[in-house]
Design a protein around this ligand. Sequence first.
Ligand code: AMP
Ligand code: MG
Length: 512
Amino acid sequence: MAACLGYCATAEIRIIRMTQQAIRFAFDNSYRRLPDRFYARIHPTPVKTPCLIKLNMALLEELCLHPAPTEAHGTASLFSGNDIPDGADPIAMAYAGHQFGNFVPQLGDGRAILLGEVIDRTGQRRDIQLKGSGQTPFSRSGDGRAALGPVLREYILGEAMHALGIPTTRALAAVTTGEPVYRETILPGAILTRVASSHIRVGTFQYFASRGDTEAVRHLADHVIARHYPQAAGADSPYLALIEAVVERQAALVAAWMHVGFIHGVMNTDNMAISGETIDYGPCAFMDTYDPATVFSSIDRGGRYAYGNQPGIAQWNLARFAETLLPLIDDASDAAIQQATDLIRGFFGRYEEHWTAGMRGKLGLATSEPEDVDLIHGLLDVMKTSGADFTLTFRRLCDTAADAHADSVVHDMLSDRQAYDAWAAQWRARLARDSQAPAERAERMRRTNPAVIPRNHRVEQALKSAVDEGNLAPFEEILRVLERPYEDRPELAGYTEPPQENERVSRTFCGT
Ligand code: AMP
Ligand code: MG
């Protein structure tokens, strides 16, 4: 396709040179060593004209993957699946899932193929997966492909979340295929190389549990304990300990989402990673105006996955996870069911703890008082009635923490100024009981209230330029901007402000 040639021509010299080189993976494929019914062995379907448009050099280094100039594989061929690196043993993973509350017994990797696992610089096992790499036995009626827009969206959002300090899968490379994909319109095809600490989902457990395959659930649980939660192995009941550990990680994860206004958009059980990483960036989006009812996804008509519903949905998904483990816990005795139920009920306490701790930090509080929760909700109420921008309000609050006279920078943004002033008086009284030097407080607040998030209108602009004009410059720019979200930098101009009315994006799409 002409579009692909365009991308190659505009790609950086460094990347073109990389295409002459290969990358040596030291694969160690532990999931492949699980029983055959866990996956289908399948190779990616080669594509016509693979063209590398982005390679994540920092992540490459983190994964101890170094280009080897003497080898034959080109990087584009590698990250398109046209060449299979030595040691890879490609598989499509089986999983099921509740989609919008309805159970689907077989989903699986319909357009993704796991090349294998590597051990990173810190000793962590990481999956290397191609997404958009062709049909698999799990494709159902799908074409196994991905369009350029959603691939770049996942690249931007995943890297932004990582820079914000939120656990997430990451993007290692993006390649255009030179082939069209047919959605509502004809779009350029692309493949994302995704890195995850694993791709095991709540739905992976459900796949086996729904088939009554308790042996497989046990294999999977043991694999997950060894891989992600080794401390559970030594507990009196390792499977209860596993539930507890997963509940804890999800509580921390969803609280972190809430702190930055992230809306996942499709919190189906097949899109919840057992590792506690954010996974499957489809119609996800960051909220501009604060409102707990905010929904962007075009397919979420009932608002099931609205911003404010995310903690409750996480708990619902965790209950589905715990159910799959019940046969492993004391033969699903009443006592086991009660213990598992208590752990799931405990989600909200854990979530509230993480959420409150993070919100205290956002308000510049280093100490804790029981009334802090009211203070936090007080601000959120003012923001809601004022239609305040979530990110900007908190960022501006950092300035006022250093200088009481600067209250006007927040005050002026809000329509209900009286309500804000009343709240700010309470906040100042509280700050007086929290001994920190104002400048130090402001600095700490700036490390928890980002100056920049991937605002939907800027993300959409970057994708539109790439898809419609073959211009990757805005994609490169937004990636650079989002690399250090807590710093004020001149290049942030135009990325920190909320959208103008005519720029506002109210709907996002999965693009699958
Ligand atoms: P997602 O909406 O990306 O979480 O995907 C839900 C399910 O649909 C998963 O089993 C995917 O593998 C599958 N799927 C999504 N898009 C495609 C596609 N283009 N071809 C085949 N399977 C797909
Ligand atoms: Mg998914």
